[in-house]
Every structure is written in structure tokens, then in C-alpha cells.
Design a protein around this ligand. Structure first.
Ligand SMILES: Nc1ncnc2c1ncn2[C@@H]1O[C@H](COP(=O)(O)OP(=O)(O)O)[C@@H](O)[C@H]1O
Ligand SMILES: CC(=O)OP(=O)(O)O
Ligand SMILES: [Mg+2]
Length: 401
């Protein structure tokens, strides 16, 4: 079967077409026929489209703010030009979507119906940077592939069984009953990385205590014990936890009350500030992109401050996850920053020496994918894993199809 996967992140739209032989569904075998990514962040009003298939890499830059038009163009390349791998789009058997917020309603992969779309829409206030793009993706696919069944795979699902003490906020209990609780995100990635880690270490996932660090534009940690998420840094929305590209992560909620009450900021202004103008971008005044921060920090104090604060928050919250796990066998780095920034891993691991973490600095320098980069003496393994949320979604779809 051929499965098209759509994964809308806060800074990018990634899509992949997989072929999974019918007799190999349970064996986690898939072939990637085509992949595309759209980067919305390179320059205001510009979208960068990169398509890979047939051994080619084709890049296009579109000068537009019309995200739907860029997405349409992206899917045209499945059937047109040198990157074509299909005669017609109708050859796609199923479409799988990463849906960021599933709330309490959806904790399993789910066939997309009008009800499912309505719930995704109702959850927009809880994931304003993601659920709208997810819904757009579903609607576009309904137009392009009206006969093709679509499946929603939820980023919240993996965390849906975390213990109540991790899930509940110490607010009046009625709010918990009304669904104000920790949902956690990046679950597809955290679960994929945990399974991959167990394979790479040749150990049973049931015996491992892991902290998975998903450091992309959005960033979160998960504490994984016996293969289950038992704690995570993102919460009711993808705003809590680590300092991120443009999001502040955890701050004193009193600041929000103060800004609204004393500083005459409107609710929308505070929302934009916390979600889009904070984090690396807010502190540095330069960029949300870790590449620019690490390049600039040699000569720029604010870039250096942004970097050091990022590492401080990361290490502090890794400590919190280790406390929840009551131990640690491995730390896993993944996603854009986690996979590619040697300096982020090095600075982090250096500060975690007290936990018995000892990095092989030479191995770390090359950012090897799917490898253990801890020294032989390290009491804790350190892995860099290329998160393949998309193939994980395709596998999930193939198992329910
Ligand atoms: N070589 C690199 N060094 C440091 N950071 C990088 C590198 N490549 C990508 N990144 C970071 O990864 C981020 C994107 O991560 P990604 O996981 O693709 O994000 P998302 O899915 O949230 O859109 C970019 O904002 C950039 O900061
Ligand atoms: C949930 C979330 O923050 O996702 P992303 O990192 O893809 O923006
Ligand atoms: Mg992502």
C-alpha cells in the first residue's frame, strides 16, 4: 500500500510517501518513495520547498504568504516533473496526519470523520500554532484525494497514561475534571526514539529508564520508563516546559497576570509574545534558529545569553525528568537542534557529569545519526536519533488499515 504522511510543525511542513508491502505490515518495513519539506521561516513572505525522490533533490523558493498554494505545489511534484513517482494522486491508498492536540477524546489513531475534524477545530485554542495547519492539511487532502481514507495520529497519545500526579496541575480539582491537565506533545517522536534506542542498545525497552530530548523549533522532554511516558515537560499546550525557538516555556504565571493587569497588554498581545516572540528569538533579538545563535554568540552577548539560558533550562528539566524516573540509563537527543547541534549536546552532557554522563567528544562532533555517542566509561548512554515521525505515522496507519 502507498501511504502519504503530512506532518505540520511550527516552522515546517514535512510530507512523505511510503510504500509498505501488504505482507510486511507487522515488520516495520517501509520504503520512502518521495519526501518534501517546506520551511516557512527562512525569510518573511518566502517559502522554501525541497523535494527528494528518484535520487534527485529539487529546491524551489516561492515568494508568497499563501501557505495552501505552496502545499498544493508541493503535492503536484508527486505526479509532475523529474520528482514524479505516481501517475495520479489516486494511487495513494491512505493519508496519515500528525495531529498535535487530540485532547482527552483521542488517544488512539483514528479514521478522520466530520466529528474528528470538529474536535481538532475545537482544540485550536490549545494548539494555535499547529491544529489549524493540521486541519488545513486534512481539508486539502479531501480536495485532492476525495476517495482516500485519512487517519489522524495524535502527538498527545503517547502521554495519555502518565500518572495523575504528573498530569494534574495543583489548581482547584474541578479544572482537572474539566480537562485542564498536562497532555504533553511530540509523543510520536518520543515513542519512536525510545523504541529505536532499545534496538540500538540491544536491550529490552521494558528495562530502560530514558530521557528523550526532542529539540526542534518546539522542544520537549519525556521521561520514559518500561516503554511508557511517565512525565513530560510540555503541558496543557505546547507552550510549557523548555525554552524554545520562539516560545518561552515555563515562566511564573504571575508574569501573565501582571502584564495583563498592569502593562495594558491585550490578551492577544501576550499570546503572541509568549508563543512567537520569546525563547531564543526573544532573548537574542536575532533569531529563533539555533544555527544563527551559535554562529553569532562569539561576538554577540545577547546571542550568548540566549544560548546559555537554553542550556540552563534544558539541564534543569532533564534533572526533573531523572527525578521522575528515579534513575537514568540513556539520554536521547533528537529533532532539528538535538540531531544537528554538537555544541548543544556537548554543553548539556558536560553539565550532567554528576549523573555519570560522559560524552565521547570526537564522536559527538560529527552529529552521527542513530549512534551511541557516550564514552566507554559513561554510566549513562547518550544517543543521537534521527526522529522519523513520518515513517512511524505510516506504520501506525498500515496497522489499522
Ligand atoms: N545544523 C543545525 N544546528 C543547529 N540547529 C539546527 C540545525 N539544523 C536545524 N536546526 C534547528 O532545528 C530547528 C527545526 O527543527 P525541526 O525539528 O525540524 O522543527 P519543527 O518540526 O518544530 O518545525 C530549526 O529552527 C533550527 O533551529
Ligand atoms: C508540539 C510542537 O511544538 O511541535 P513542533 O515542534 O513540530 O512545532
Ligand atoms: Mg517537528
Amino acid at each position: 500500500m502507498k501511504i502519504l504522511v503530512l506532518n505540520a510543525g511550527s516552522s515546517s511542513q514535512k510530507s512523505c510517501l511510503y510504500y509498505i508491502p501488504d505482507d510486511a505490515r507487522s515488520q516495520h518495513i517501509s520504503t520512502e518513495l518521495w519526501s518534501a519539506s517546506i520551511d516557512w521561516t527562512k525569510q518573511e513572505g518566502m517559502a522554501n520547498l525541497k523535494v527528494e525522490s528518484n535520487g534527485l533533490v529539487v529546491e524551489e523558493t516561492q515568494a508568497t504568504n499563501d501557505q495552501l498554494a505552496v502545499m498544493k505545489r508541493c503535492f503536484e511534484t508527486l505526479c509532475e516533473g523529474d520528482t514524479a513517482v505516481l501517475e495520479t494522486l489516486a494511487e495513494v491508498d491512505f493519508v496519515g496526519h500528525r495531529i498535535v492536540h487530540g485532547g482527552r477524546t483521542y488517544q488512539q489513531p483514528t479514521w478522520i470523520t466530520e466529528d474528528v475534524k470538529r474536535t481538532i477545530e475545537q482544540l485550536i485554542p490549545l494548539a494555535p500554532n499547529h491544529n489549524p495547519a493540521n486541519l488545513e492539511g486534512i481539508k486539502l487532502m479531501e480536495k485532492l484525494l476525495p476517495e482516500t481514507p485519512q487517519v489522524a495520529v495524535f502527538d498527545t497519545a503517547f502521554h495519555s497514561k502518565i500518572p495523575t500526579t504528573s498530569a494534574i496541575y495543583p489548581l482547584p480539582y474541578q479544572w482537572y475534571e474539566q480537562g485542564i491537565c498536562r497532555y504533553g506533545f511530540h509523543g510520536i517522536s518520543h515513542q519512536y526514539c525510545a523504541e529505536k534506542t532499545a534496538k540500538l542498545l540491544n536491550q529490552d525497552l521494558a528495562n530502560l529508564k530514558l530521557v528523550t530530548c526532542h529539540l526542534g523549533n518546539g522542544a520537549s522532554l519525556a521521561a520514559i520508563k518500561n516503554g511508557h511516558s511517565i512525565d513530560t515537560t510540555m503541558g496543557f499546550t505546547p507552550l510549557e516546559g523548555l525554552m524554545m525557538g520562539t516560545r518561552c516555556g515555563s515562566i511564573d504565571p504571575g508574569i501573565v497576570i501582571h502584564l495583563l493587569r498592569e502593562k495594558d497588554l491585550t490578551l492577544d498581545q501576550v499570546d503572541v509574545m509568549l508563543n512567537k516572540e520569546s525563547g531564543l528569538k526573544g532573548l537574542s533579538g536575532i533569531s529563533a534558529d539555533m544555527r544563527s545563535i551559535t554562529t553569532e554568540m562569539e561576538n554577540n552577548d545577547r546571542a550568548k545569553l540566549a544560548f546559555e539560558t537554553y542550556i540552563h533550562h534544558l539541564c534543569r528539566q532533564i534533572g526533573a525528568m531523572v527525578a521522575s524516573l528515579e534513575g537514568l540509563d540513556a539520554i536521547v537527543f533528537t529533532a532539528g537542534v538535538g540531531e544537528n547541534s554538537a555544541i548543544v549536546r556537548q554543553e548539556t552532557c558536560q553539565r550532567l557529569g554528576y549523573l555519570g554522563v560522559d560524552l565521547d567528544v570526537e564522536k559527538n562532533k560529527n552529529s552521527p545519526k542513530n549512534e551511541d555517542i557516550a564514552s566507554n566509561n559513561s554510566q549513562v548512554r547518550v544517543l543521537v536519533i534521527h526522529t522519523d515521525e513520518d515513517s512511524a505515522i505510516a506504520q501506525t496507519v498500515s496497522q489499522i488499515a
